[in-house]
Ligand binder design. Structure first.
Ligand SMILES: Cc1cc2nc3c(=O)[nH]c(=O)nc-3n(C[C@H](O)[C@H](O)[C@H](O)COP(=O)(O)OP(=O)(O)OC[C@H]3O[C@@H](n4cnc5c(N)ncnc54)[C@H](O)[C@@H]3O)c2cc1C
Ligand code: FES
Ligand code: FES
Length: 1255
């Protein structure tokens, strides 16, 4: 070859002149048009790009399959490999059992992550057709999903395991049954079967696509080949002799994952020569003899672990396998090499490598090819210390097979042991001698003092361990030494994640369509990779944008020099503020917005935050555009900045007016005077990143006569339309904005999505070419806003029982550099701050603070989670003061049906009291609390906590956004086409609307299609958000159906219900077969004021959590969520929303940390790997959801249903936070620390450790 040969989904492919920098994902998507492989991070973190590589194992005479991240695998790596993508697994016509069970099992919402999950599970089933639960948990642990909360994904995949048979629906086909535990009289009348996996076709491994014979018979040339890229020349030798001859002056790489990744960030044109070990026979060998195991350096980390686990004594081998199971990503371990891992860690002083510590503790010897061509054997420690990697190439590592004792390994990450490694520790303990190492960065340190201590002494006292090891005292070392002591005493104690148990109860319906748990119509399309997201829509002759971002927090922009960027071949131009034909701040011009937005499209002479967009480079492909953008030089004059939130508060730097709601100060103070106690507190709540899996994306296609078609992942098509029109100085009717679906939105794709669309529009008009604006995860994190962090103070007056008589809140919200939604979020936090409580005389002062950091925006809950968390602190504070349980205090202060909110509105159609009572009983709250108290009394380092929280969410919202619009067309063949103003972003809106339409028209759901949300069908639609869209759009759909039927019904009746015949007749007699209608609640008709919500979605949840005090890690043991959603339009969708919201709320108060650099205001979690969202392993071990179905319909609702999207997040974050604080408070109490800790969020592992430390 001078090229490579491989097979994709059964088709042979030969490629010549492969650029060594080209990734497999880019190739699959852009060259082969296989768009099912999604790009969610391009850093190997999210798993959306997972594909399967199959290779033939000659020794075993079988194919071996492994899941890898196509975003990182260089294409040259797949020579002679069988590449399987989601399209190769199955299609809608011939769906694979994994896809089928996930699609019908409601295991997806937006669907963006789904192909990645399918591929991880597919690799597992191809190697293990009858997987264990642990294998399933391990296979998907590096696939992220932001929507579902993982439970339905796990449930669908567990159904492949003989250990469980999935949820048996009570049939006990796999042994025990989760339903045994709690079926009670409380559950009578409820259905507990969203579906039963017993009804699915059996998985038959013989039906799988076979390993391509062409690859087995392929005879590779024995000559080495050279691949020439634009910057890199790569030599691919086939044997050691060729490698030796060609190595000089070249950079040795193995899989090239990390090398290519680092180079891809290098903007400049340069030339480098690489040589890869990947196809060198000797580097790929495993040799085992009586005394040793030799593992070739080109083998991947998983193969390395499997080999050791197979050939080393059991006490060591199994532990190696277990340790590598904690490697942060199986996809990376399946592909990156062990030699690359140790060399890249050895070259860095900060990387902590799990592979390097294993080689050290197992006393590996390396066979090294020296500069002069000799093969020598060196000890691993010497290899690193003497930097032999600078001149030598590792051929293999040799491990002794002799029995040298038992192995103990531990790794610690920021959030769990399966996170990227911050610290590790390994010990091989024999009868007479031991080897002990600690990994702190670069070369692991040998703890010889501890070795001799362990060899001699038999007392495992922590202080002695510290003295002997000489380790600095911190939580890492104390966790390691404590666990090591326990290992010495008790041996390895294996803890597996185990099976997640789940229960979902809902009230069955007698309706034909509305109310049934029907799988989303688009699930099959998404799970097979057929569903198109914006970046998947093909466009001929398009350019792609690279973003030039500010590197200073506050500065004048003196000059932008893009000349270097323009020199790159394929770059079409640089565009900035001077290219905007219309208004560069379009958000100021929209008449119907409550709070106008002063965000610029491009920075205009001034930047106000790191990450603000200054301009864009347009180029023929994405990598080129991104590289060229990095070559743009910006000259600044730095100005004084206010990046620190506290300083900005003190400086009274605000983004708008200070907002006051409720009573005046005098009245509130008077109630304090009457109160028996007045308590004060301070609360600090961090922000949250949306982490939608699909990053911001737009595609703008210029048309004739100034027309523009904008495909945009936006939650507000009409909003984006107006923004683009304003920026382009054209009337809105020239702009059509289309949104098929979003890969998650969560509030983050309204304003930000529109600015990206505006940038694309500017370039599209200038170049007269289609323009894609697709943000890398790092750019998305840098540019876009997050949830507002809040600092709040409260002063609360209570009576002797703990009942609130008056409260004064002051809340400062970190708005960032521009207004965006900051004033709106401040308002919502203020006007709804009373939440579920009656608080007497209440006053709220809200301050939207301007800082020179990311401009914060809407995120699920929009100010409500912040007020929930403040109130959790207030309730805990009161409970402490009056010496009562927090739950008792909460209940004492509840506002119930018929009460008034502090802003005046009456509470209508509300089931808070019922939800609370039901949840208390269903969860056996009191009984479990007593058990927890007992557990905690004897457990010092592991604490358990339990808490309940509730939510009230009034819907639909009063004001200008409280309406929906729908349009209905009936075609002559009788088929129905529906469109609505709301956008589908995973919340199941389109599916619910199909069910409403089907129910109202009495037509089968299959005869109705819901098309893209598009401004040429529906104009002036409010943005989708606020949990009310099934109400508002649903009312509009109902209005359309009523209108159409009012004309058609007489004809249908005449034709005995024959639909098609009636439609033809209606056509012939000029009866209109299309209409557009508004959906608005006529409040006065239902006895509700214009400013009131006609109903409330309410719920309560109980959360039990366990906290490991040493590490600060937590584990959710059990969750019971009870919600009143009226008569659900689709219980599967609503339960999915509840579970997904639970996990997002859990993330908000635990692992999702947002911090800004003190000097620059730059977001510190600025890569996918640094921002941690919950993973599948974080799912509650017992996850129960019940839709209470108390129908208090007052007629203002769509088939008596209630909105759901945001409310469960509030009770989740509240209960999780309080349950963790229960653990913290318990530890502090037992350690004599009296000081009260108010709400601090997130309670990340380091924060928990800080709170649970004896100063
Ligand atoms: C998302 C992600 C998660 C990760 N999680 C973990 C984790 O949990 N724990 C952990 O320990 N690590 C982790 N890593 C680090 C990972 O192990 C290394 O990045 C990877 O193994 C590098 O291997 P490679 O094949 O890509 O090396 P290459 O890019 O091929 O090479 C890396 C370096 O090694 C040199 N080199 C390669 N082969 C040889 C050879 N035969 N002889 C001499 N020098 C050689 C190269 O010159 C280069 O300097 C993670 C990495 C990523 C991207
Ligand atoms: S892991 Fe490849 S795109 Fe995220
Ligand atoms: S369904 Fe998983 S990210 Fe949306």
């Amino acid at each position: 070859m001078p090229g490579i040969f491989f097979n994709v989904n059964g088709k042979d492919v030969s490629e010549e002149n492969v650029d060594p920098e080209l990734t497999l994902a880019y190739y699959l998507r852009n060259k082969l048009g296989l768009r099912g492989t999604k790009l969610g991070c391009e850093e190997g973190v999210c798993g959306s790009c997972t594909v399967v590589l199959g290779t033939w194992d000659d020794e075993e005479n079988k194919a071996v399959y492994r899941a890898v991240n196509a975003c990182l695998v260089p294409l040259f790596h797949v020579h002679q490999t069988f590449v399987i993508t989601v399209e190769g697994v199955g299609s809608r016509e011939k769906i694979h059992p994994i896809q089928d069970r996930m699609a019908r099992g409601h295991a997806l919402q937006c669907g963006f992550c789904s192909p990645g999950f399918v591929m991880s599970a597919y690799a597992l089933l191809r190697n293990h057709p009858d997987p264990s639960i642990d294998q399933i948990n391990a296979a998907i642990r590096a696939n992220l999903c932001r929507c579902t909360g993982y439970r339905p994904i796990l449930e669908a995949l567990y159904s492949f395991s003989p250990e469980s048979g999935g949820c048996c629906g009570g049939n006990k086909n796999g042994g025990g049954c989760c339903k045994d535990k709690s079926s009670s009289s409380e559950d009578e009348g409820y259905d507990d079967k969203l579906l039963s996996f017993n009804d699915f076709p059996k998985y038959d491994p013989t039906q799988e696509i076979i390993f391509p014979p062409s690859l087995r018979t392929y005879v590779d040339s024995e000559d080495q080949s050279i691949l020439e890229g634009s910057r890199i020349e790569l030599t691919l030798p086939k044997n050691l002799t060729q490698f030796k001859q060609s190595r000089e002056g070249k950079n040795v790489i193995s899989s090239g994952l990390i090398t290519r990744f680092l180079t891809s960030r290098h903007p400049k044109e340069f030339t480098q020569k690489w040589i890869t070990t990947r196809y060198v026979k000797e580097f790929n060998e495993v040799k085992v003899d009586a005394s040793s195991v030799k593992i070739g350096s080109a083998l991947n980390i998983q193969k390395f672990a499997d080999t050791l686990s197979c050939h080393l004594p059991k006490e060591v081998g199994c532990k190696v396998a277990k340790f590598i199971q904690n490697f942060s990503s199986p996809q990376i371990a399946n592909f990156a090499t062990w030699s690359g891992a140790i060399v890249s860690a050895a070259k860095s002083s900060i990387s902590v490598s799990d592979v390097l510590i294993l080689l050290n503790v197992l006393d590996a010897k390396l066979s090294l090819l020296t500069e002069s061509g000799e093969l020598i054997e060196v000890e691993i420690e010497k290899f690193v210390e003497q930097k032999l990697f600078e001149t030598g190439t590792i051929v293999y590592a040799k491990f002794s097979k002799s029995d040298r004792g038992k192995l103990f390994c531990l790794k610690l990450g920021e959030t769990s042991e399966q996170d990227s490694t911050n610290f590790n520790f390994a010990a091989l303990v024999g009868n007479k001698s031991s080897r002990i190492f600690v990994g702190l960065g670069g070369q692991p340190k040998r703890l010889t003092g501890l070795e001799s201590y362990v060899n001699k002494e038999k007392s495992y006292n922590l202080d002695d361990f510290y003295r002997a090891s000489n380790l600095e005292k911190n939580h890492h070392s104390s966790t390691a030494l404590t666990r090591f002591a326990s290992f010495l005493k008790n041996g390895n104690i294996e803890e597996n994640q185990g099976k997640v148990n789940y229960l979902q109860y809902f009230k069955p319906t007698t309706n034909e369509s509305a109310g049934r748990p029907i799988a989303n119509y688009f699930n099959e399309r998404a799970i097979t990779g057929e569903a198109l997201y914006v970046n998947d829509i093909p466009a001929h002759n398009a350019v792609h944008l690279g973003f030039v971002l500010s590197t200073l927090p506050n500065a004048e922009v003196l000059n932008v020099d893009f000349s270097e960027a323009l020199k790159l071949e394929g770059v079409a131009g640089y565009f900035g503020v001077s290219d905007v034909p219309g208004n560069n701040i379009p958000g100021l011009q929209i008449a119907n917005m409550n709070f106008p937005d002063d965000t610029t499209i491009f920075a205009d002479k001034k930047v106000e935050a790191v990450g603000q967009v200054i301009g864009v480079i347009a180029a023929n492909d994405v990598p080129l555009a991104r590289r060229a953008a990095k070559l743009v030089k910006v000259e600044y004059k730095e100005l004084k900045s206010l990046v620190d939130f506290e300083e900005a508060r003190d400086a009274e730097s605000y983004l708008g007016d200070v907002q006051h709601y409720g009573k005046d100060e005098k009245t509130v103070n008077e109630s304090f005077e009457k109160s028996s106690k007045v308590l004060e507190g301070e609360v600090s709540i961090g922000g949250q990143e949306h982490y939608y899996l699909e990053t911001q994306s737009s595609l703008v296609i210029p048309g004739e006569g100034d027309e523009l078609v904008v495909h945009c992942a936006t939650q507000g098509t009409s909003f984006t339309q107006l923004m683009v029109a304003e920026a382009m100085k054209i009337p809105a009717h020239k702009v059509i904005v289309k949104t098929k679906r979003l890969g998650g939105g969560f509030g983050g794709k309204v304003n930000n999505a529109s600015w990206i669309a505006c940038m694309c529009a500017v370039v599209a008009r200038k170049l007269n070419r289609p323009v894609y604006g697709f943000l890398s995860r790092a750019d998305d994190l840098a540019i876009t806003g997050k949830r507002h962090g809040v600092y709040a103070k409260y002063k609360v007056g209570i009576d002797s029982e703990g009942k609130i008589e008056g409260i004064h809140y002051q809340a400062w919200l970190n708005g960032g550099w521009s207004k965006d939604h900051s004033e709106g979020v401040t308002m919502v936090m203020g006007i709804l701050v009373d939440g579920v409580y009656k608080m007497g005389n209440l006053r709220f002062d809200g301050y939207p603070v301007k800082t020179n950091s990311n401009s914060n925006t809407a995120l699920r809950g929009y100010g409500n989670p912040q007020s929930t968390l403040v109130n959790e602190g207030v309730m805990r504070r009161i409970a402490r003061e009056v010496n009562k349980d927090v739950e008792e205090v909460k209940k004492l202060n509840f506002a119930l049906q018929g009460d008034h909110r502090f802003m005046g509105g009456k509470i209508h159609n509300d089931a808070l009291g019922e939800c609370w009572e039901y949840c208390t009983n269903w969860s056996e709250f009191e009984k479990r609390k007593r058990k927890i108290e007992e557990f905690n009394r004897s457990s010092e380092l592991v604490k358990r906590g339990i808490a309940m929280s509730s939510v009230r969410f009034g819907l639909p919202h009063p004001g200008p956004t409280g309406h929906g619009i729908a349009s209905l067309l009936i075609n002559l063949d009788g088929s129905v086409q529906l469109s609505i103003g709301g956008t589908e972003m995973g919340q199941g809106l389109n599916q619910k609307m199909l069910q409403v339409c089907s129910e109202a028209l009495k037509r089968p759901i299959e005869s109705i299609t819901i098309v893209d949300t598009s401004t040429d069908k529906i104009t002036n639609a409010p943005e989708t958000g606020g949990s009310q869209n099934a109400d508002t759009n649903g009312l509009a759909v109902l209005a359309c159906c009523e209108k159409i039927l009012s004309r058609l019904q007489p004809i249908i009746d005449k034709n005995d219900g024959e639909w098609e015949k009636s439609i033809r007749e209606a056509y012939a007699s000029y009866v209109p077969l299309q209409c557009t209608e508004y959906g608005v609640v006529e409040r006065t008709k239902f006895g509700v004021q214009e400013t009131e919500s006609p109903y409330n979605t309410t719920g309560s949840c109980a959360v039990e959590i366990e906290v490991d005090i040493l590490t600060g890690y937590n584990r959710v043991i059990r969750v019971d969520m009870v919600m009143d959603v009226g008569e659900s339009l689709n219980p599967a969708i609503d339960i999915g929303q509840i579970e997904g919201a639970f996990m997002q709320g859990y993330g908000l108060v635990t692992c999702e940390k947002i911090t800004f650099n003190k000097a620059t205001g730059q977001l510190e979690q600025n890569t996918a790997g640094k921002y941690k969202i919950p993973k599948a392993s974080d799912v509650p071990k017992d996850f129960r959801v019940k839709l209470l179905g108390i129908n208090k319909a007052n007629g203002a609702q769509v088939y008596s249903s209630k909105g759901i999207g945001e409310p469960p997040l509030m009770m989740s974050c509240g209960a999780v936070h309080s349950a963790i604080m229960y653990c913290v408070d318990d530890w502090r109490k037992h350690n004599g620390i009296e000081e009260f800790v108010d709400t601090i969020s997130p309670l990340s592992a380091d924060k928990i450790r800080e709170l649970c430390s004896k100063k």
